[in-house]
Design a binder for this molecule. Sequence first.
Ligand code: SF4
Ligand code: SF4
Length: 341
Amino acid sequence: MFFKIIAKDEVPDLVRGIATEYEVIGPQAKGTAFVFAPLKDPADLRLDYDMTILPAKRYILPERETLMRFSVEDNEVVEAELDAPRRALFGLHPCDVNSLLLMDNVFLDGGDPDPYYKARRENTLIIGVSCMPAPTCFCDAWGTDETHRGFDIFLTDIGDSYYASISSVRGADLVDRFAKGRDITAEDTAAFQERSAAFKAAFEHEIDTSQLPVLLDAKYDSPIWQEFGEMCLACGACSTVCPTCYCFDVHDELDADQKHGERVRTWDSCQFKDFAGVAHGNFRDSRASRVRYRYYHKQWGYLSRYEKVLCVGCGRCTRACKADINPPRVVRALQTGVVDR
Ligand code: SF4
Ligand code: SF4
């Protein structure tokens, strides 16, 4: 890792330069909200955004993708598609950089990585940017408010400039060619420290995650799950907006000629009624059991395997859920035995 100072007015040139070699995806305003979308003009890049509606995971794990095309007549694969363009995700917050590392554990773990995910991940440049916490953020509760890996370049806002942490050869090469930059001074380091302290002090949430695995073990049969189940609309919005939800469905679709078809992978949600449906029924038939499953998977099952929870505290589900079900509220209910109203 090495460090440079990049003036804010150098960023448009850096973006333009990167765009000559990568499709640049960045946060942009959409009405009163922000979205990650292909960047047509560097002036549209909003590195001061608070949170995007959807995370950038769709550029690594698309909501729908064709895995292969097949011939019914010949009973064989005719084409295996692997759509992995060179992309730059420009402006990911630390929580979203960390979310991709959590996804990597699932898709790249072991000796048989997912080839589609792997190809996209390798072709994707990650440029992170610092943020200030929104009222719904609780990334610090999980330690995902900082990131020391998982990016090529990370830009920390120190006023008129960014304190750039550069951690890959390709990141260094791009900064070298497309941003003038300058060396770090003692004043820059002081500004960096000041900014980091202000960031830590700005969190507003109240969530104590220290005993969570033990609490989950003890509260499996708690009536709070029934209460949350009665509130839940089973809409799946919490999964859709979540940067760490990765469940998918795979099915075959036939063309109109009935001779060819394609195998398709689409996002799925554990909150949908049919998610756990099997030939003889559904082993999570009630909404209560599905809400409970979501929290046990994220805060217990994944933790027991990877020693981290499957949540980065981005707060997107807090904003998206019409029933007001979210991790801080669920943790409070686990601690008190009562769902707060
Ligand atoms: S569970 Fe909610 S807060 Fe946690 S990563 Fe997913 S959307 Fe963000
Ligand atoms: S918890 Fe909220 S967002 Fe998730 S399925 Fe239930 S109502 Fe929808």
